[in-house]
Write a protein that binds this ligand. Structure first.
Ligand SMILES: Cc1ncc(COP(=O)(O)O)c(C=O)c1O
Length: 408
């Protein structure tokens, strides 16, 4: 970077606290890009990593298999919506999206339908920064103009307008419907973030939209890819956001909270139809094989993180956070610089009228003892699920102090 904004050195972290090198302690509202659902330095996850480290940190996943990966894949198949029966372990969220898109394309190539080579995505979406993922991010804020010479062009439907808890109106899906009707012969898949459009705007949309997308994909023989990288593992109040619409996608991407934020690991699940369809083709198998596929250390921690989540009444904890988020957000609605407040599950959003100056506001947040990383007009929190009532209150007291001062 030629003009970097200040960065703060963290020397350790425990629970919901980040300890800075200068001795200050910050309450973390971001869960490290939404991953650290159990907080930091958790004894159960530490122990899982240490135990696995004593056995092996890594072995190749070609011609070799191991218990941590087998156990993880079995868990994911059991937990995710019915019909997702095969798992591909990938290195990061973006890679799992690459894998999902490649699965969809290879499926149609194997079926001899090579004309099905386009994707339909939603404006306002975000799926990662690698090339295929970037090509289905929002075309305006997703860097498309910068890379248009070298990036594949896909189709986009408008941002869903009807919010999560608003009454449904079929007009919200009308344009999506026209696009799929007109283009299904060349469409391999629809890709979307179910219920929550995250990085593209922190919008919560109606489950009816998702339900109708599933129906239209079935009607027009187009695969549905659900990117649950941000929403998976309880963040929206359901274990997977697809459950709000009671649908199962053909392909699903998981990442972020998969290892409780301990290390990078992602998974792409698909239906038996997709996996068999791929393997019937000339290649005979899915053509992808990363070096660190199924890393045992990451799988062992993921297994421990999932077990830890399921061992508690996580849904009640997320509901507790949602209820408190609604209360804590209320006073922000009175600030003239605030355009909207909203909460769903363990996600709380303050949408400002104007984009914030990240460097300036970041320093003010740190001075208040909170870690919040806004982008564009959005000041939001996705705290660890273990955040206590008083910690959440302190987090919002810090945010309020900064935003009310800024708008005086
Ligand atoms: C919905 C969604 N998909 C994909 C990604 C990319 O994941 P990663 O940053 O692990 O590559 C993200 C990251 O924020 C995301 O929110």
């Amino acid at each position: 970077m030629t003009q970097p904004i200040p960065a703060y050195e963290v020397v350790s972290a425990e629970g919901v606290n980040l300890h800075l090198a200068d001795g200050r302690v910050l309450i973390d509202g971001m869960a490290s890009w939404w991953c650290a659902i159990h907080g930091y330095n958790h004894p159960v996850l530490n122990s899982a990593a240490q135990q696995q480290l004593e056995k092996m940190s890594h072995v190749m996943f070609g011609g070799i298999t191991h218990q941590p990966a087998v156990e993880l894949c079995e868990k994911l198949v059991a937990l995710t919506p019915k019909g997702l029966d095969k798992v591909f372990l990938a290195d990061s969220g973006s890679v799992s999206v690459e894998v999902a898109i490649k699965m969809a394309f290879q499926y149609w190539i194997s079926q001899g339908q090579t004309h099905k080579n386009k994707l339909l995505a939603l404006r306002g979406g975000y799926h990662g920064d690698t090339f295929a993922a970037m090509s289905v991010c929002d075309p305006v804020n997703g860097m498309h103009h910068l890379f248009e010479q070298v990036m594949p062009a896909h189709l986009f439907a408008p941002i869903p307008q009807i919010a999560f808890d608003q009454p449904w109106d079929n007009r919200d899906i009308a344009e999506f419907k026209s696009i799929i009707e007109a283009n299904h012969q060349q469409l391999a898949a629809v890709i979307l973030e179910p219920i929550v459009q995250g990085t593209g705007g922190m919008r919560f949309y109606s489950p009816n939209y998702l339900k109708q997308v599933r129906e239209l994909c079935d009607q027009y023989n187009v695969l549905l890819i659900a990117d649950e990288i941000a929403t998976g593992f309880g963040r929206t109040g359901k274990l997977f956001a697809c459950e709000w619409a009671q649908i199962a996608p053909d392909i699903m991407c998981l990442g972020k909270a998969l290892t409780g934020g301990y290390m990078t690991l992602a998974a792409t699940l698909c239906s038996d139809r997709v996996s068999r369809g791929i393997c019937e083709g000339e290649a005979g198998c899915f053509m992808h094989g990363p070096t660190f596929m199924g890393n045992p250390l990451a799988c062992a921690v993921a297994n421990a993180s999932i077990d830890l989540l399921l061992s508690q009444d996580w849904a009640a904890e997320v509901k507790r956070l949602e209820n408190q988020l609604r209360v804590e957000l209320e006073p922000f609605a009175q600030l003239p610089a605030v355009a909207d407040i909203r909460a769903l599950g363990a996600i709380g959003v303050i949408e400002m009228q104007e984009p914030v100056n990240v460097a300036e506001i970041q320093k003010k947040f740190v001075d208040q003892g909170v870690w919040v990383r806004p982008f564009g007009k959005l000041v939001y929190v996705m705290p660890p699920y273990i955040t206590s009532q008083s910690e959440l209150t302190r987090l919002f007291r810090g945010i309020y102090h900064v935003l009310s001062e800024d708008t005086d």
